[in-house]
Design a protein around this ligand. Sequence first.
Ligand code: GLU
Length: 491
Amino acid sequence: MNDAQALRVRFAPSPTGYLHVGGARTALFNWLLARKAGGRFIVRIEDTDTDRNVEGAIPKIIEDLRWLGLNWDEGIEVGGPHAPYLQSQRLDLYRAAVTKLLETGQAYYAFDTSAELEAMREQAMAEKRNFRYPRPERFPDESDMQQARAAGKPVVVRFKMPGEDITVHDEVMGQVTIKADELDDFIIVKADGMPTYHLANVTDDGEMQINFVVRGQEFLAQTPRHIALQRALGYPTPRYAHLPLIMDMKGRKLSKRDGDVEVFSFRQAGYLPETLVNFIALLGWSPGMQREQFSLSEIVEVFDTARVNRANAKFDRDKLLAFNTDYCASLGEDRLLEAFTDWLSINPDSSLAKANLDESSRRTLLHVNKGFRLFPDIEKKSGFIYLPDEAIEYDPQAVKKVLAKNDGEGFAMLRMLLPQIEATAPWTHETLEALIANVCQSHGAGMNKVAQPIRVAVAGTTVSPAIYDTLVMLGKEKTLNRIRRALATVQ
Ligand code: GLU
């Protein structure tokens, strides 16, 4: 690439499901490179494998990328000079490429059935040699193709590999050479007439003038085929960087069995996009300094493919959670409120979402739950406040330990408190603090002896935000209702 040429990178997901962390990392690294170099980041959807396409996946991928904060300069939805950015709408281009390859003898028709191919593979196995598709002496012409089609045979197009070793100069993995005899004539048009991933991918990278391809290491083995196709079609070979694999903590390829792997699941589980992009940036890349927590704009400054390692990356969920806890503690209040509001909107079944909280209640919740790791912690600790009083369930352990113990010491405390609580006005942090301090003093009781019975009565458990915050949020009427209900139902 000459220096004057602007960097053009892309993320090219296939719509086979939600965006997972591997895809998100590819998108992020490309985005970072483009932003750092003042280049263009393109998002193209590779949907020519119709069997694997999943209905509704495209809008989800788009939403996840946006949630992560990875905007694109050209591509799906935003348009651009190479529109459309959906491969199923670009079939004419691939057809033109195939025609060119057929006409110049660089591709040929083939009509093998899957049973025939299977038999060839088995024979190769029996003869203890690698299977290579046997290229015919003479390539079938159009009339052979028509005949085969009329006879109901599958018609595919195969690319004639040039028969030479191909070296990938990979900026992460180094030089990778694949021997000519490992590269056989692969399919570029399937029997259903659709281009394969290889053909569509290479054609689009060429047409869209992508000059740096950054993607997962699982694609490296295909790259020599892509280089051969680029040469045949007259496209320049871009720079390449293949990113290391992402493994779980046991050294296995990251997968669902180990927990969430989809960006949306992390969002739903209450992670912040700030956390996720920071964490994902470290999957294979290291900033070369002790510090690990960076905002997206800070990563743009320090990011460089030279610091992407070859070694497999480790997906450390404990670290991710620790990152999120830190981000929740350090983000500005307004930004946290925005993220919390987003979390509520995608978790409509949580009692906090059902409560339709106004902005000031949402702010208060964030405030009184300081130190939380994930948004569901707020739900767990404070959701009870917004339940109908009769929905409070009393945890038998808490009832036993806090209310029933010592001949119903806690119940007695609640009975004693009831008229005083009734008489408390106004209902504020200060008046409640004075009330409880008073009772502690007159009974020679510790704070817990007074606060815990109230807590169990209003929350059903021993877990809630600080008692005054809880009671203020709950309001006087509900506090009284719940104490009366506890006395009437669990005593
Ligand atoms: N469509 C491919 C995928 O599913 C993209 C491969 C590439 O980036 O070249 O990830």
